[in-house]
Design a protein around this ligand. Sequence first.
Ligand SMILES: *Cc1c(COP(=O)(O)O)cnc(C)c1O
Length: 236
Amino acid sequence: MDPDHARSAELAGNLARVRARIAEACARAGRDASTVTLVAVTKTFPATDIVRLARLGVTDIGENRDQEARPKFAEAERLGARVRRHFVGRLQRNKARSVAGYADVVHSVDSVRLATALGAAAAGRDRPLQVLVQVSLDGDPARGGVVAEGVAQVAEAVTGHRMLRLSGVMAVAPLSWPPADAYARLARIAADLRERYPDASVISAGMSGDFEVALAHGATHIRLGSALLGKRPPVR
Ligand SMILES: *Cc1c(COP(=O)(O)O)cnc(C)c1O
């Protein structure tokens, strides 16, 4: 069998299962599934998978490392895939300029200093860069995110830049927490932010292992890697 066709069929099957699970979770939560954005996280997989996903209608693509994202997004575009580029990983300030050069959405802004660097890097763009404030739900800085008490300050720093748009919040559920507790807490933080900034309506929450729980708690964007693309080789 044509290996390209086999991979496309595999992705189509995975996508159909994921779409069915999204529909079920939304039905249970009394939500309209068309309001959920599926971000396919393609880290470790080739640009050709982005092309296949785009052909299947998945046009929001996430990557977590600048080194990998920059050439891969460029190659996918060269191969004809028109996608929205989401940067979902930890972002060092010295990578802000690179990421501002290709991303449409950055999910991981977690300090005033990073917001300032990204704002300066985005100044020459022809359209605004959407920014989510990444929240650390358990206060452990190891995996990125600002503590809940610091969200307002980072949000304000984002709004000070002409080419940044404050679009909402993002979190990764702490490993040791029941995801329902994590996403309920994130929903409260998101509601607080929205009171002040009504356009900041995005809640980026939920990965392959817990996205149904995130959808029950109002996630507008779910970030799925393995459920769509299959097992990743272990990161070393
Ligand atoms: C890899 C990654 C995901 C997707 O993880 P899966 O468990 O494979 O769905 C989501 N968000 C971030 C920030 C990631 O790095």
